[in-house]
Design a protein around this ligand. Structure first.
Ligand code: AMP
Ligand code: FE
Ligand code: FE
Ligand code: ZN
Length: 280
């Protein structure tokens, strides 16, 4: 009985529809999956319905981009109530910032003599949460780059001409927001963000878990974060970060998290909600 708690569909920067993602999970014999699209939960209803049809447990989630002391950290929110009004209006705010960023990136490209219109990016993205992979795809489709990798290398990577920093809320605010909506907050792929120094601050802010297992974590990194989970009493999580074909190939199936960890995350969410309702 295994889970994969990190993946992105066409509702953010993945290439599989929610139904295709659920079907991929079935092919990999996963018992439980969570959809963690960036700054949106709009794909959860469809993926939840397809998972129900296939007999797979589904967890509603999202991935927020945050910062602490100028260090970028991604926080995964699980078991969130997707109709929580404050949570929803915050997501809309983050989505607007993403859309503005696409306009800024297109303007940077045009200044460099690369004739890409923001409208071409939106036509490809067809979602509320567009990001750099959509810009890369638009560049390839317009014949302005050969591959997505080339688009990132030449224009989109940090400090390249069309790189525009992303709007980030503070991790404290994100954790509070996730808790407010009934969820638990989990540090995503800590090995990719060089965020070890700020983990104690995140713990202080009430973070609930840490993604020890991730496609891009080495065995040593996973071991390291398992020890951190133990040290700070954090729940253990894991996921593939599958983006469909956007990362060359689907990554689903690469991470198999024992479902006991899903139960522990769920228990923490329940305890948080009980605490809030007694406080209220
Ligand atoms: P953004 O959130 O808009 O800054 O975009 C980040 C996304 O771009 C993440 O999902 C990354 O995995 C993806 N990304 C970064 N580098 C590349 C690359 N060379 N090719 C494809 N996707 C990439
Ligand atoms: Fe992504
Ligand atoms: Fe991430
Ligand atoms: Zn992700």
């Amino acid at each position: 009985m295994f889970a994969d708690l990190h993946m992105h569909t066409t509702f953010s920067d993945g290439t599989f529809s929610p139904e295709e993602m659920a079907q991929a999970a079935q092919r990999h014999q996963l018992a439980c999956v969570a959809l963690t699209d960036h700054d949106t939960m709009a794909g959860c209803a469809r993926m939840g319905a397809e998972c129900a049809r296939l007999g797979i447990e589904f967890v509603q989630a999202t991935e927020l981009t945050c910062e602490v002391d100028d260090v970028e950290v991604h926080l995964l929110g699980y078991f969130i109530n997707p109709s929580n009004p404050r949570f929803l209006s915050s997501l809309v705010e983050f989505q607007k910032a993403r859309q503005n960023r696409i306009h800024e990136m297109a303007a940077c490209l045009q200044r460099k003599g690369v004739p890409l219109q923001a409208a071409a990016v939106f036509a490809i993205a067809q979602c509320e949460s567009p990001g750099r992979p959509h810009v890369a795809r638009a560049l390839v489709q317009a014949g302005l780059c050969k591959t997505m990798d080339e688009a990132f290398e030449r224009y989109l990577k940090k400090h390249r001409p069309a790189w525009v920093p992303k709007f980030k809320i503070s991790a404290d605010q994100a954790i509070e927001l996730i808790h407010h909506a009934g969820g638990v907050a989990v540090i995503a792929h800590p090995a990719l963000n060089k965020s070890d120094d700020i983990i104690p601050l995140l713990v202080e802010a009430g973070v609930d878990g840490i993604e020890c297992f991730h496609t891009r974590h080495s065995t040593a990194a996973s071991q390291h974060y398992l020890m951190m989970a133990e040290q700070y009493d954090l729940a253990i999580s894991g996921g593939s970060d599958c983006h469909g074909m956007n990362k060359g190939k689907p990554l689903m199936g690469g991470i198999k998290l024992p479902v006991i960890h899903v139960r522990q995350l769920e228990a923490r969410a329940r305890r948080r909600r009980e605490k809030t309702s007694t406080a209220a």
